[in-house]
Ligand binder design. Structure first.
Ligand SMILES: Cc1cc2nc3c(=O)[nH]c(=O)nc-3n(C[C@H](O)[C@H](O)[C@H](O)COP(=O)(O)OP(=O)(O)OC[C@H]3O[C@@H](n4cnc5c(N)ncnc54)[C@H](O)[C@@H]3O)c2cc1C
Length: 526
């Protein structure tokens, strides 16, 4: 569902070999028939107090859908979002190349696809412009290459008929089989948006019911093999995609996430940054947002169905408030929250991902890549050489997951004098210093040719090892968790869906409590 690089891998193959039509499920109301409408609200209706910890995809979606469902079900809510950082978006954020607000670059979640219903619908609803990626290489280079640390095992220029024939010759039926397997698997996942599956209480049970467990319990390699999809297509193209999207080789990532990495039809991004979706969601929700205010503890209020949330403001002031519902919308292990009264959700291993952004007038050198053409592809994904089995967790001889030119810019050096520069992005498991960039450009170690650079180490996504069970969303009465979804599928859309699911469960809980109370006290209003 993700990076531009992987989008091009599969789009290129798709465009070459076949066309897909994935039908979107029709929208369905998630709160059923609206039986709540028979109840009359009066001033006695208690305002529901909700704390949301984290303003990323999950937290902002939880706020947005909570306000929508509560409004439809006629509950008054008072929601507060606590955010540790000084921005909205979490792992979906941009930085400005050259410190120029006209040149934002995605530092985290970059791409979503049209079947990502929450994001796509929100983008349309909020009228956010979709980014245009433009055409091919600015210099006429190949669009894409897959490098194994020694040589390019595959390059694509523009997908003409000759390349089509070469691909068919090389990969046989595997691309078409992959396409239909992706469609089938993603089709099952899409059922999670609609009744009767949505809203789900147990992710584990849902994965079982949707027959996605066979995909999550096997490695990508096993899952593909059991569907008659073989190397070199798997080890060259699909693995290049799991590496750029999840920093994992095919023997180290589960089958479902491997399919997601190949689900790239109609990829898109929001002009100026995908975080704009989450910003709009929060704005629309009317929730109060407390930026730079990390939550430090959550404790149960004795003898009450409520929670005390403590947070510290930037100036050191401590905030303490009571809530009916608390949504932890971040991987708990990274929140530094303490609690004596909650059982911490499962700790899962996350991939450390170094993102290196830089700008330079230079292109990468063919010599570094042992390439016999004058220009290396604009987008270089990597895979393992055939001598290394895909069950390794290591990056292999390539040492990085991907490097690509995001775009070229015409920079004004002085009045009337412009030159072309390239903005690059590297994903690697280890820190990627300037010297290594110069080496990739075949320049001396002390060359000083970066006109801008920015680095960030992320806990980007879990190491998606095969598994049969998943952390459930409800941790306790009135206590919810979104990040269990990440071991199933980790991306902006699924985290948004996880937030939406929690919101729906909360409002369903309120609705059934109101219904029960009305049955017990038919004369009273609630
Ligand atoms: C480099 C990179 C590339 C990616 N590429 C893609 C892509 O192309 N497409 C895609 O769909 N996905 C991509 N992803 C994944 C995607 O960005 C994430 O899955 C998604 O953004 C996670 O959203 P979230 O809300 O669950 O968590 P987060 O975004 O991590 O949000 C959690 C928030 O909680 C806050 N927080 C934590 N602790 C506290 C506390 N104690 N108090 C208050 N606030 C707290 C954090 O500051 C953060 O803002 C990428 C991720 C990375 C890092």
């Amino acid at each position: 569902m993700f990076s531009r690089a992987s989008r091009v891998v599969f789009l290129s193959v798709s465009a070459l070999l076949f066309t897909t039509y994935i039908l979107l499920p029709s929208h369905a109301s998630i709160l059923g028939s609206g039986g709540h409408q028979q109840f009359v609200l009066t001033d006695k209706s208690p305002v529901k107090r909700v704390a949301i910890i984290g303003a990323g995809a999950a937290g902002s979606s939880a706020a947005y859908f909570l306000s929508e469902y509560a409004r439809k079900a006629e509950f008054a809510i008072n929601a507060t979002i606590y955010e540790r950082c000084d921005y909205i978006g979490g792992r979906t954020t941009t930085v400005n190349a050259y410190d120029d607000p006209e040149e934002p670059v995605e530092l985290g979640g970059s791409i979503f696809v049209q079947i990502n219903k929450n994001l796509y619908d929100a983008a349309k609803h909020f009228n956010l412009p979709i980014a245009d990626y433009g055409g091919g290489s600015p210099d006429g280079a190949d669009q894409l290459g897959v490098w194994d640390g020694q040589q390019f095992v595959m390059t694509l220029h523009s997908g003409g008929w000759w390349e089509t024939i070469k691909m068919l010759w090389k990969y046989g039926l595997s691309p078409m089989r992959t396409q239909s397997l992706v469609k089938k698997t993603v089709g099952q996942f899409l059922k999670m948006y609609d009744e009767p599956v949505f809203p789900w209480k147990s992710l584990t049970q849902t994965a079982l019911d949707l027959e996605l467990i066979s995909a999550t319990t096997s490695t990508g390699l096993q899952f593909l093999k059991s569907n008659n999809i073989y190397p070199p297509f798997t080890t060259e193209l699909i693995q290049a995609s799991t590496r750029v999207n999840y920093g994992s080789n095919l023997g180290h990532i589960h089958g479902l996430e491997s399919m997601v990495a190949m689900s790239t039809d109609n990829a898109m991004a929001i002009t100026g940054g995908n975080w704009k979706i989450f910003h709009k969601m929060i704005e629309t929700s009317n929730a109060k947002i407390l930026i730079e205010t990390p939550v430090t503890s959550i404790e149960r209020v004795p003898d009450k169905k409520a929670w005390t949330v403590k947070a510290t403001k930037k100036n050191g002031d401590v905030l303490e408030d009571e809530y009916d519902e608390v949504i932890i919308a971040a991987p708990y292990q990274f929140t530094n929250i303490t609690s004596k009264s909650i059982k911490a959700p499962e700790t899962i291993k996350y991939n450390a991902l170094h993102v290196t952004l830089f700008a330079s007038p230079y292109r990468l050198s063919p010599k570094y890549f042992n390439f016999d053409k004058e220009l290396v592809p604009d987008m270089i994904l990597t895979t393992l050489p055939t001598s290394v089995e895909p069950d390794t967790a290591n990056v292999g001889p390539a040492k990085f997951w991907s490097v690509n030119i995001l775009r070229s810019v015409e920079r004004e050096l002085e009045k009337g004098v412009k030159r072309r520069e390239y903005i690059y992005k590297i994903f690697s498991p280890d820190y990627w210093p300037d010297e290594k960039i110069y080496e990739m450009m075949d320049l001396p170690k002390d060359a000083d040719i970066l006109t801008w650079s920015y680095r960030k180490l992320w806990h980007a996504y879990p190491i998606e090892e095969p598994r049969a069970t998943f952390q459930e969303a409800q941790l306790d009465f009135g206590l919810w968790y979104t990040a269990g979804m990440e071991a199933f599928i980790s991306c902006m859309e699924t985290m948004s869906l996880s937030g939406k699911n929690v919101a729906a469960n909360i409002v369903e809980g309120w609705t059934s409590a109101r219904r029960n109370a009305a049955l017990l006290h038919p004369e009273g209003s609630l």
